[in-house]
Write a protein that binds this ligand. Sequence first.
Ligand code: PGA
Ligand code: ZN
Length: 399
Amino acid sequence: MKLKIKSLSARTIFDSRGEPTVEITACSKKHCASASVPSGKSVGRMEAAVVSAGEAAPVLEKVSEAVRGHSFASLRALDDVMRRADGTERKSKFGGNIMLGVSVAAARLMSIEKEIPLWKFLKNGFFSHHTHKQAPLIFSNFINGGVHAPNNLDIQEYMVIMRVNNSYADSIEKLAHLYRRVYDAISASSGTRAIPLGDEGGYAANFRGNFEPVEIIEQCIRAARLESVCSIGLDAAATSFFENGEYVFEGERLSPSALQNKYEEYFKKSKLLLSIEDPFAENDAEAFAGLRGSLGLGWVIGDDLTATNPRLIEQYAGINAISGVIIKPNQIGTVSETCDALNAAKSNGLDTIVSHRSGETEDTFIIELAKAASADAVKIGAPARERMAKFNELIRLYD
Ligand code: PGA
Ligand code: ZN
């Protein structure tokens, strides 16, 4: 069965930060399907270019000209036609956001026409050789700092990592209780009930240093007796505090090795700390490899470093800089290349964490993708507000 796209249209919608983004609708003769695209704030330099929502309509007209008249036997065939017509390395003509919107909407359309669930369509097309199934871990953001919050933390994200033993509904309920317990603990230690929230729904109070949030989360996990299913993950997003070869951390200028010492100390002090994402800047891969060598079982994860790019994933897996990768479809800009990135990570033995962005919509594509690829984890923000769409999709797809 081949897909002929009859029309493409775009409209502006607003993301969780109140910023404009695009929703793309693709129609065949019989059906229509839509997709909305999130946006990031700590954006890596290797990410696909973004076309503003205001410019979306004329750009989409050019994409329509490129795909019109074709009958696509696969999603990859459509993505390849768009890529060739764009013709730039970082998708600066069409924008990775516009191309991803078209690619996801077309994937939905193809799955509707084949009468199979979206995750199954993606699995058949890109991951048919993976037979094992697993329930992905949930990386849930509890405390925000860095560019995601107006507070004094340099580290951008403090997450609870939850393993799901029974049902997602049961685990998400425990996670939501834990999120409220952490609120109570921060409120008690800061003496106020008014705690601001960061971009991904984590608490954004001021703390006595970058390690205090780890201690608070750890105490709460232990008090809730969840230490057998919960651990802690950090996203330093360190490019945001990298200046002239040094890291500006807690008011001091640290060399990469001095920062590595701090992280090692954190992992020694907290038995529940399991992972750290972007511990160093995106152009400091050697420092990643140093930490990876010294942490042993701790996960060192690339996000800005690898930018969901299969070539970069291979490169950094090759020098042992990372043990896992963040996969964000809008960093690369098409579904088929996102799947290539997942497969590159898997064939290099890396853990895969399919992730949202800080500016999110209620689109749940990433959960379908995680299921299709049997990803190791999903990273989906705090268990609250607009982020619940992803949590609820986990329940729908797995329970
Ligand atoms: P972003 O941040 O979506 O603002 O880029 C998320 C992350 O760094 O993981
Ligand atoms: Zn990150």
